[in-house]
Write a protein that binds this ligand. Structure first.
Ligand SMILES: [Zn+2]
Ligand SMILES: [Zn+2]
Ligand SMILES: [Zn+2]
Length: 266
């Protein structure tokens, strides 16, 4: 399985419009972050994207995505959903399955109401097949589990992707708490990509430290922080991760900030 981080930024993206802070002005390409999303390719070419933010088109072109078997949605916030129309070229012949919870799909139906209405011929619309995520979905050889987590008061989904004989991937963005029953579903992820907004506390997102503590609690071995805001540069965050590893004496555990274009092989 190959994972491509399409975007690693918080809801604004970085640089933030009209912000001239050192991170938004940084020339380090790792400090340029599109909205958070990943693309997964299975051994048999299965192709799945988690979330379709406003930059989906740019991300798909950059990553060379040629086909999609499914979209998995974590939740319906604009930064995770509003690029959904741009899947159009990937669902011309067959409707594209979009998996999430009933509650989240209801919001998708509302936000993209024109897709599900009779409209004049000639108007291009994506062909979407909204499907309630059963606890486990199989796409080719990928086994996909939806895991309920909390984003403040909201119920959203983390996604676990498994492929036989390989370490599992857990993608858990925009999370502020994990219900006890979901911790066992998460298992011990081989790789964890986890939302970590900033150093200062936030009501609906883990801080860097909370995300790293959660990674330890889940016994993840390789960890990347994502959904990052502009308060710290990539290099500073890499330093926080190294300090945390040293402070906790974590041998054999890797923790680092993700960046757009990062490729992870599992
Ligand atoms: Zn978000
Ligand atoms: Zn800024
Ligand atoms: Zn959110």
């Amino acid at each position: 399985m190959k994972v491509n981080v399409l975007g690693s930024g918080t809801s604004h993206g970085i640089p933030v419009v009209a912000c001239f802070c050192p991170v938004c002005r940084s020339e380090n390409p790792f400090d340029k972050r599109m909205r958070a999303s990943i693309h997964i390719t299975g051994e048999a070419g299965e192709s799945i994207v988690i979330d379709t933010g406003p930059e989906f088109r740019l991300q798909a072109v950059r990553a060379g995505i040629e086909r999609l078997d499914a979209v998995l949605l974590t939740h319906a916030h604009a930064d995770h959903l509003h690029g959904l129309d741009d899947v159009r070229p990937l669902c011309r012949s067959v409707p594209l399955p979009v998996y999430s919870s009933d509650e989240i799909l209801e919001e998708v139906r509302d936000r993209f109401s024109y897709v599900f209405k009779e409209t004049q011929p000639g108007g291009g619309k994506p062909r979407l097949d909204l499907r309630k995520a059963d606890p486990v979905i199989e796409i080719g050889s990928l086994r996909i589990t939806s895991i309920p987590v909390k984003h403040g008061d909201l119920n959203i989904l983390a996604w676990k992707i498994e492929e036989a004989g390989r370490p599992s991937l857990l993608y858990m963005t925009d999370t502020s708490a994990i219900p006890e029953s979901s911790k066992s579903l998460a298992g011990k992820p081989g790789a964890l990509i986890i939302g970590a907004l900033r150093e200062r506390p936030h009501e609906t997102h883990f801080t860097f430290r909370q995300a790293m503590e959660t990674a330890l609690e889940l016994a993840a071995r390789r960890v990347w922080l994502t959904h990052i805001c502009h308060e710290h540069s990539h290099n500073e965050i890499a330093g926080f991760c190294e300090d945390f590893i040293r402070e906790r004496n974590l041998e054999g555990v890797g923790i680092a900030p993700a960046h757009d274009g990062l490729e992870i092989r599992l």
